[in-house]
Design a protein around this ligand. Structure first.
Ligand code: AMP
Ligand code: MG
Length: 417
């Protein structure tokens, strides 16, 4: 650990969030992988490219219910010589003057090269009259390999698997896939004043918000909670808890105990543990200034601020992308877009992440407004927010109509009313 004043000064330098992000990225281990059945794969990060093992569709298929015919045959009257359902293959061959009834998804019988939809015919028991003037060869037929060719790259490693991805993989005949294992994260909420919801408040106590917001954020970000609990402001207790979690977890999240108070032990525990390296502990941002980031081997420790908004904002900015990067995600970040401020905004002395609401206007512009008072204790202004508006410091206010960056926390973006 640094012992010289200059080292301490460097450790406590207010770091811009981008620099903090780079420091964290430089310390992230890559998670191992595991095989999971498709139904367990939603939200997971694909570990290997998926390549089409065969052409898809595997046979020329009808896209309509109708009649399989020879396109070049000019006569409207055709004799019905059979029926081709989906799921099997009849052996009858179609010639001029003939038609085979065919269902959507059924293979095209030999000899036929077009399907005339039922809607364009007058069918009778044993024959059909075609009303369509011109039957094009290939009409209403999905050719072999028209969706995917054998050997095509279907999904690159690093894709975050959503329902369409999962359906696509299943359609190739693949039943289980290799994904990054979920990182194991423990959450330790600290504070003598913090108690469990559902119990009686005594004077001076508050209910724990962070354990709940962070736990659900961890799950939402694709990680797994290995341990979660509330700990009093007792240095020995906290230290042994952290040491214990260090043995099994990929990431330890603590909330609280990183400010300047007498009982703020997390900062000191991390700083003074011989095997732990603290990389930074102050950020040039608001909220979230006292974020501590430390490592011991491959284990990451994030000492998040105690204020409920600060802990959740720092989670969004640093933890969510870290979980994605460790899992090999090619897009670990929330989308970042340019938005237009609708009200004048006073900047702070640090980069401020304001809880805001972004809407799409009738002419397709993105309008942003704040969700109200921005104190870092006020979770109420996070509810209803669908974005974090990035407001860099400067010596004059932002006027309505100015453009700033926004991290979108939710999609789709609602339209303005
Ligand atoms: P600290 O960083 O421990 O000084 O906490 C900063 C502020 O956040 C204090 O007002 C704490 O009471 C509050 N706080 C700390 N932990 C929690 C928690 N788990 N839930 C709600 N508020 C908290
Ligand atoms: Mg505290």
């Amino acid at each position: 650990m640094p012992i010289f004043d200059a080292d301490l000064q460097e450790l406590d330098r207010l770091r811009p969030p981008d620099e903090a992000r780079r420091i964290i990225e430089g310390r992230l281990p890559r998670l191992s992988t595991e095989r999971v059945p498709l139904l367990d794969a939603v939200g997971r990060i694909l570990a290997r490219d998926i390549v089409a093992p065969a052409d898809h569709p595997p046979f020329p298929a009808s896209t309509m219910d109708g009649f399989a015919v020879v396109a070049a045959d000019p006569s409207p009257w055709r004799e019905i010589i059979g029926s081709q359902p989906a799921g099997s293959m009849i052996e009858t061959e179609v010639h001029d003057g003939e038609a085979i009834r065919i269902m959507t998804g059924a293979p095209i019988p030999a000899g036929a090269d077009a399907v005339v939809p039922v809607e364009s015919t007058s069918p009778a028991e044993d024959h059909v009259v075609i009303h369509q003037e011109d039957v094009r060869p290939g009409a209403n037929i999905r050719p072999v390999g028209s969706d995917l060719r054998r050997g095509d790259l279907v999904l690159p490693a690093g894709s975050r698997l959503q329902p369409p991805h999962i359906g696509l993989i299943a359609s190739l005949g693949i039943a289980d896939i290799e994904v990054a294992r979920k990182p194991r994260i423990s959450i330790i909420a600290t504070g003598d004043e913090v108690i469990d919801p559902g119990t009686q408040l005594e004077p001076g106590q508050i209910y724990d918000a962070n354990r709940f917001s962070l736990a659900t954020a961890v799950i939402d970000a694709g990680a797994e909670i290995s341990w979660i609990g509330l700990a009093p402001d007792n240095r020995e207790h906290l230290q042994s808890l952290i040491e214990q979690r260090m043995e099994t977890d990929d990431i330890i999240l603590t909330s609280g105990g990183v400010s300047m108070g007498d009982m703020d032990y997390i900062k000191a525990i991390l700083f003074e543990s011989p095997d732990v390296t603290v990389h930074f502990r102050k950020l040039y941002m608001k909220p979230g200034k006292p974020l501590n980031f430390a490592t011991q081997g491959d284990t990451l420790i994030f000492g998040l601020p105690g204020n409920p908004v600060s802990s959740l904002v720092t989670f969004e900015l640093f933890l969510r992308p870290a979980i994605g990067i460790m899992s090999g995600a090619t897009e670990p970040d929330r989308p970042r877009v340019r938005v237009e401020l609708t009200v004048p905004t006073t900047p702070s002395d640090r980069i401020e992440y304001q809880r805001g609401r972004v809407v799409v206007t009738n002419d397709g512009r993105l309008h942003a407004s704040s969700t109200g008072a921005q104190q870092s204790s006020r979770l109420a202004s996070f509810v209803g927010a669908n974005a974090l508006l990035v407001i860099p410091p400067r010596d004059r206010s932002y006027a309505a109509g100015e453009m700033v960056d926004a991290l979108l926390l939710e999609t789709p973006i609602p339209t303005s009313s």
